[in-house]
Design a protein around this ligand. Structure first.
Ligand SMILES: Nc1ncnc2c1ncn2[C@@H]1O[C@H](COP(=O)(O)OP(=O)(O)OP(=O)(O)O)[C@@H](O)[C@H]1O
Length: 252
């Protein structure tokens, strides 16, 4: 379980997060949705210790992020942030092995190689494995970054807008892979999504945020409603149902 208790955060004089408390269940895909500027990325960066925790408490199972050491945190939580700046003359398989660093500390074992090969297979990256990162398209690069995060093999994954630049095939593949990882390997995947229908189709739980506050938490069918979409985004939508899950259509 991820437990967030009374987390507040400010940048300069601006209060970005207001007293956020959430208990997120394990082995689920949890979609975090909300308008631009709601505080989703800020919450992720505080949770993954990229920004210091100013107030409140965050723990992943028994690991409190303030007191646990960096190696424990790196083998507990992997984060894909929006501004990933991986550069340089690195080949795809080298970057994936870099994801294993918290385990091998610079000396990859047979197990690390096996894990990288497994992820290359799983994420359909065979044809890209020997390519340099600098020679990839935006979507290919995004797929490789996500694969690196999964290579870290942590029980918790925080993915900030991973569907950016992905085409329809790869977006669907990724969401299915994440669901498989959560349900068959007991990973807890928290994922920021702007595509509400992806959240509706694939998430077990949806959390909505606006103006630095959590508005609602629950099953897609309970949270993704006409009223919530109006409240969050000020849009009028029609909500249909497909296989027990909501499907929204923007009706302007
Ligand atoms: N470095 C910064 N300095 C000042 N304000 C910031 C900084 N980073 C973020 N903010 C502000 O914090 C608020 C929350 O931003 P954040 O990036 O967390 O939102 P978000 O929900 O992830 O948005 P988006 O969907 O657009 O990615 C915004 O009002 C933003 O302008």
């Amino acid at each position: 379980m991820i437990k967030i208790s009374n987390v507040s955060h400010h940048i300069g004089k601006q209060q970005i997060l207001h007293d956020i408390s959430l208990s997120l269940p394990s082995s689920q895909v949890i979609a975090l949705i909300g308008p631009n500027g709601a505080g989703k990325s800020t919450l992720f960066s505080v949770m993954s210790r990229l920004q210091p925790l100013q107030a409140g408490k965050v723990s992943f199972a028994e690991h409190d992020i303030v007191s646990c050491n960096s190696r424990t945190l790196a083998t507990t939580v992997a984060t894909l942030s929006q501004d990933n700046q991986v550069q340089g003359r690195l080949r795809v398989h080298e970057l994936l092995m870099f994801g294993r660093y918290p385990y091998h500390q610079g000396r990859p074992t047979a197990n690390d190689h096996q894990k990288v090969d497994e992820i290359i297979e799983r994420f359909e990256l065979k044809l890209l494995a020997d390519r340099f990162l600098s020679a990839l398209s935006g979507g290919q690069r995004q797929r490789v970054l996500i694969a690196m995060i999964v290579c870290q093999d942590t029980p918790y994954l925080l993915l900030d807008e991973p569907l950016n630049s992905l085409d329809m095939y790869h977006a669907g593949r990724l969401m299915r892979e994440l669901r498989a990882l959560s349900h068959s390997q007991q990973k807890t995947v928290v994922i920021v999504l702007h595509d509400i229908n992806q959240a509706a189709q694939f998430a077990d739980t949806v959390v909505t945020m606006k103006d630095g506050r959590v508005m609602a938490t629950g099953r897609p069918v309970d949270v993704i409603t006409q009223e919530t979409m109006k409240e969050l985004y000020n849009v009028d939508v029609t909500v249909l149902k497909h296989q027990g899950r909501p499907v929204i259509i923007d009706s302007f």
